[in-house]
Design a protein around this ligand. Structure first.
Ligand code: A2P
Length: 237
């Protein structure tokens, strides 16, 4: 149910965040927005990770936090190029275009490592074909936590809004996404008929955004029926 794949790149951004790339077998398939299980191959400790690579990239990529005494990440953070990573080959997840009604504006709302599945979706040409306009809002505590994907997001033909909530030097938006939605700063004027929303962050963030959208007439999409929003908890918090 899993492959042992050779690590081709490791990049550390802060003492809490890093990114791993592995080789990708030519038969390995997944859909943008999905996740799989990852381990070190030497025990049964596996954790769910969203792919950040696109479905047509030649590599697999994952974005991770480092938890000092975390059962997996305390060891995973020391992985080196040439080491083997155990990568599950049964991708799954609800944060996919298949679960969403298509067309109009797409909003991707992320906190922390919840940006991961959106990076994959933004590396998939299909995402741009299905929507007229794409908005990405990514909230982190401090500026260095944007490093892994900030340049990539800035360069895309999308409306990208980074939010930094705990950095006195940050001059742009610094309020929590939920607060800005309530104030109409984010999703202002959005309607379920014209706007679709994807949510990925902490459990509390997801629940709060979901409750707001549901109260305003959005319907959650599942594998059985596409909806006007989808959500998935960012697994490794
Ligand atoms: P804040 O700094 O106000 O806690 P974390 O690193 O804890 O996962 O947080 C990442 C980002 O998500 C931070 O900007 C944080 O804001 C924000 N955040 C955390 N929890 C929530 C929540 N329940 N609702 C909205 N934003 C949240």
């Amino acid at each position: 149910m899993s492959d042992l794949l050779s690590v081709t790149e490791v990049e550390h951004y802060t003492d809490r965040l890093f990114r791993i790339r592995t080789e990708r077998p030519s038969t390995y398939r997944f859909t943008a927005g999905e996740f799989t299980m990852i381990g070190m191959g030497d025990d049964d400790i596996n954790r769910a990770y969203s792919y950040t690579s696109g479905p047509y990239d030649e590599y697999l990529e994952f974005y991770s936090i480092k938890v000092p005494d975390g059962p997996l990440t305390s060891r995973l953070q020391h992985i080196q190029v040439g080491d083997m990573l155990e990568v599950g080959n049964r991708p799954t997840g609800t944060l996919t275009l298949a679960n969403l009604e298509l067309g109009g504006n797409l909003w991707m709302l992320a906190t922390g490592t919840g940006i991961a599945p959106f990076i994959s979706l933004l590396r998939d040409p299909d995402t741009y074909q299905q929507f007229d306009k794409i908005h990405v809002v990514w909230s982190v505590r401090t500026q260095p936590e944007l490093l892994a994907y900030n340049d990539f997001l800035q360069e895309l033909d999308i409306d990208y809004t980074p939010v930094v909530t705990q950095d006195p030097e940050w001059q742009e938006l610094n309020q929590r996404i939920t607060k800005m939605i309530s104030a109409g700063v984010i999703l202002g004027g959005a309607q379920p008929t014209t706007d679709k929303v994807m949510i990925c962050g902490s459990m509390a963030f997801n629940t709060d955004v979901k409750d707001m959208l549901t109260a305003w007439g959005w319907q959650e999409g599942t594998r059985r029926a596409a909806g006007t929003f989808v959500q998935e908890k960012a697994f490794v918090q």
